[in-house]
Design a protein. Structure first.
Length: 427
């Protein structure tokens, strides 16, 4: 399968059919939007990146545009599935949901993104299939998003707007589309894009210094938003003069995932000069509170962003500086270590429930483990970490969290509990 060739979407959906079906059987998060965040976060789409893992044997041969098409298609369809109220148990059921999702994708883009409008019939009057129409539209959408070459920040502020596609689509699929509804969503699209500009502006001004990197970020973002001239002038004025948090428009329904997106955009904006100053830290706490998040929620977003960056470090060229890596990894390890300490009892219980893991930990005290044994211990310790509620929606950077790193950040009690008491209980 080659995403640049006609018919790629049909082939890919056939390949992913079982995995999409499994998605409807997974234990849901406390809210569908949290389930969607859990799916989208590791893809990188929220950060405008296409470096996330794609479960396909040929994925390594795909370029950025190919990967972005797949990730956008997956995110849109996953958005449909997380709101699906019952498990899909047969190929017929999953095929029916696929067709409904694809029809919604075609209708959504043709109504809300008129610049991508694609005829529903061929020049000979034949009606296009839902998969053919969706494939053509996704091709156009991604072409507009990645028709440039840039660094991490330019990619972020051009392509992270694809997240708004997924967010608005999640609302669109629950409406009976008519002209009034379409007008509302087109208006919401423009308002949300402008709200993102305000988030960038307020975060950039939080330390009272508008530096070169932050000015460049606005340029990147304005290129991606394609604002009309009058809105572009207003955006430049807002960015140069600053804006108050109160002037950022939030959706009436207070969407959890949209607020999460705003918060993580603010965090990344403060990262632009590679160092988050004290004034910026104070602002982030205030902004998180304004959005209805706790300090723990802010910490979890920091963990999510730092974990993503560490997992994909080799692909994020702009950030490839030794000092940056050491700073980010140190901060990440401190955050996860504190979280693990707070959940120490849970982690110890998870470890002690696996006699095989306990035996390997005991062996590791006396001799060096084999590579296979080390990988087994790493895998099971990561599984234990995933039982912490935070990591139900935030992905762990598995490549970064090697066994040696895990042994540094996990509570010592996990590795040095009373083995005699443990083995007495097992006998």
């Amino acid at each position: 399968m080659r995403p640049r060739e006609k018919g790629w979407l049909k082939e890919y959906l056939e390949f992913r059919k079982e995995l999409f079906k499994d998605l409807t059987h997974e234990k849901p998060a406390s809210h569908p939007e949290q389930s969607l965040y859990r799916i989208m976060h590791p893809t990188g789409l929220m950060y405008g990146q296409s470096v996330g893992k794609i479960d396909h044997p040929l994925a390594e041969n795909w370029d950025e545009k190919d990967r972005m098409k797949i990730l956008l298609a997956e995110s849109l369809i996953s958005s449909s599935l997380v709101y699906h109220n019952k498990p899909l148990n047969s190929h017929e059921e999953i095929s029916e949901v696929f067709v409904q999702s694809l029809e919604s994708i075609g209708s959504f883009y043709n109504n809300i993104y008129p610049e991508l409008a694609t005829p529903t019939r061929t020049i000979f009057g034949k009606k296009r299939s839902a998969v053919d129409l969706a494939e053509r539209i996704l091709e156009k959408r991604v072409n507009r998003a990645v028709s440039f070459k840039g660094n991490f920040w330019s990619s972020f502020f051009h392509n992270s707007l694809l997240f708004l596609d997924v967010y608005i689509f999640g609302q669109w699929i629950h409406t009976n589309a008519d002209r009034i509804v379409a007008d509302f969503f087109r208006y919401e699209r423009e308002e949300l894009r402008f709200s993102v500009i305000k988030v960038i502006a307020v975060a950039a001004h939080s330390d009272q210094v508008l530096n070169y990197e932050e000015k460049r970020m606005l340029e990147y973002f304005l290129q991606g938003t394609e604002l009309p001239p009058e809105k572009r002038r207003e955006a430049l004025m807002i960015f140069n003069k600053g804006v108050s948090v109160d002037e950022i428009n939030l959706p009436a329904e207070n969407s959890w995932i949209l607020k999460k997106y705003f918060l993580e955009i603010a965090i990344l904006t403060t990262w632009a000069d590679r160092k988050v100053k004290k004034a910026e830290q104070v602002f982030l706490r205030y902004f998180a509170d304004y959005l209805g998040f706790t300090e723990d929620d802010l910490e979890y977003s920091m963990i999510a962003i730092e974990g993503f960056v560490l997992e994909h470090w080799t692909h994020l060229e702009y950030l490839q500086d030794k000092q940056d890596y050491e700073r980010v990894s140190e901060h990440y390890m401190e955050r996860v270590s504190k979280l693990a300490e707070r959940n120490k009892s849970r982690l110890i219980r998870e470890v002690q429930e696996s006699s095989a893991l306990v035996a390997l930990l005991e062996k590791a005290r006396a001799q060096e483990l084999t590579l296979a044994e080390s990988e087994k211990v790493q895998e099971q310790l990561l599984n234990a970490l995933r039982t912490i509620p935070t990591f139900a929606i935030v992905t762990l950077p598995q490549r970064f969290l090697t066994l040696s790193i895990l042994m540094k950040i996990l509570p010592r009690d996990i590795f040095f509990f009373d083995k005699d008491t443990y083995f007495d209980k097992q006998s």
